[in-house]
Design a protein around this ligand. Structure first.
Ligand SMILES: Cc1cc2nc3c(=O)[nH]c(=O)nc-3n(C[C@H](O)[C@H](O)[C@H](O)COP(=O)(O)OP(=O)(O)OC[C@H]3O[C@@H](n4cnc5c(N)ncnc54)[C@H](O)[C@@H]3O)c2cc1C
Length: 403
């Protein structure tokens, strides 16, 4: 059964991440919000420290871990593994800054994909490299099954052609995990992921996006033009299995959606703590021993926002715990992402509202967090797509039956 306290063995990790959030991220948060596209060099030293820690902790880092489903948990025992570690770490780091968390070297979503599905030889070859994830295309966002990038086998190499947009860490990562189709006539079953070193000829960086929030994180657009990679860079099986193939690729989301939910939880808690402090300074103290309806209206509103935060946190922990214990968690991963994504936006805007002009001005980070929040309800599947996945699961419908 799930235990809701922070597991003892993961407490030091959460504490370290919390220290990084307050001592490394917060002081440079505004600087890199203003200096969009400038690389936060302060992160290099921290990333080196994390590499050392990961090596010692069996991949229980604060950022990109993967889930290798063959690592079956003992049926009888409870296990808190890399998913719980990653989620707890990410919650703390995003308490500091979401954009900086997203730009931590070697902690990209591509690293999660590699850690989850690469074979032993690939794990060794790509070890220590920073990997971004490129699924989205101009004509394929929410409907990732409709991607048009192709991968054609030519001798010992795959030749990739297509366009990829909105790649987080695309200009900074060393590897890009690209989703492409082996045969567009075979539909979603032919979609596979390929590890493309960013400096491969034909992998052309077109531009960086200017964004509403998470400005410390770079977002890149690529064109792939006869981009050749060794055939050993395909992740998973090259077979086109109409039963399982796309489900395999989609399984990555079961691991990454709780992670994004964790980011939203961290940001939401930052907003709540800052607002509680500001309200306190203004003479409105939240009393946790009394019902909300007998308190100051501002305190009652903050309590309501905190209830949403708690719900998002619990769903996120559940989804991560299930992944660690080899329980199918697609439903819970989407529930967590939907609840946390929407709640963090509501909470951030609610906190700006509660703090009035203080919340809206640049003297506090609340206005930045309100801008940073929205992406967490968009990437790794929008709010609407998460609800669609939840509905399909609950009603037992396929993606063709409920779209
Ligand atoms: C800052 C940023 C970073 C990103 N990083 C990455 C990354 O690293 N890798 C990557 O591959 N992608 C990344 N993305 C892309 C992101 O995952 C997509 O933007 C997202 O999946 C939505 O796709 P779309 O923008 O094409 O919107 P669309 O799919 O066109 O959707 C537009 C609207 O329609 C709704 N909608 C779509 N289909 C349905 C439906 N069936 N039912 C109900 N509503 C629906 C959506 O919810 C949304 O509100 C990033 C995006 C941003 C903005």
């Amino acid at each position: 059964m799930i235990n809701l306290e922070t597991p003892r063995k993961l407490a030091p990790l959460a504490k370290q991440a919390s220290q990084v959030a307050s001592e490394v991220f917060r002081p440079i948060s505004r600087k890199y919000d203003r200096a969009e596209h400038e690389y936060p060099k302060e992160l290099d030293m921290f990333a080196a420290l994390m590499d050392g820690k990961d090596a010692g902790a069996g991949n229980a880092g604060a950022g990109a871990a993967g889930v290798r489903r063959k690592d079956k948990a003992d049926e009888e025992s409870n296990r808190n593994g890399s998913n719980m570690a990653t989620v707890l770490g990410v919650i703390e780091l995003c308490y500091g800054d979401v954009g900086l968390t997203l730009t931590l070297p070697r902690q990209g979503l591509g690293n999660s994909a590699i850690a989850s599905v690469a074979n032993d030889e690939q794990l060794q070859r790509f070890a220590g490299k920073w990997a971004a994830m490129a699924i989205t295309e101009p004509e394929a966002g929410s409907d990732s099954a409709s991607i048009r990038t192709t991968a054609v086998l030519d001798g010992d190499e795959y030749v990739l052609n297509g366009e990829k947009i909105y790649v987080t860490s695309g200009s900074r990562a060393e590897l890009i995990v690209v989703w492409a189709s082996l045969d567009p006539s075979k539909g979603r079953a032919a979609i596979k992921s390929f590890v493309v070193p960013r400096d491969t000829p034909g992998m052309i960086l077109e531009r960086l996006e200017h964004k509403l929030g998470i400005r410390a994180s770079d977002t890149a657009n690529f064109r792939l033009e006869d981009c050749r990679i060794p055939k050993e860079n395909l992740l998973g099986s090259p077979e086109i299995d109409t039963e399982k193939s796309f489900a395999g690729a989609m399984q990555t989301f079961d691991n990454t959606r709780p992670l994004v939910a964790g980011m939203a939880v961290g940001l939401a808690r930052a907003c709540i703590d800052e607002t509680r402090k500001r309200l306190d300074e203004a003479g409105v103290t939240v009393d946790y021993t009394r019902p909300a309806n007998v308190q100051h209206a501002a305190a009652a509103r903050l309590l309501a926002l905190e209830a949403d935060y708690e719900a998002a946190l619990l769903l996120t922990l559940q989804a991560a715990w299930m992944a660690d214990n080899s329980k199918p968690n697609s439903l819970q991963a989407s529930m967590a992402k939907a609840k946390a994504g929407r709640s963090c936006v509501d909470i951030a805007l609610g906190c700006v509202e509660l703090c009035g002009s203080v919340g809206y001005g640049e003297d506090s980070l609340l206005e930045k967090w309100a801008r940073d929040a929205k992406i967490l309800d968009i990437f790794e599947g929008t709010q609407q797509i998460q609800l669609l996945v939840v509905a399909r699961q609950l009603l037992g419908k396929s993606s063709a039956e409920l779209r």
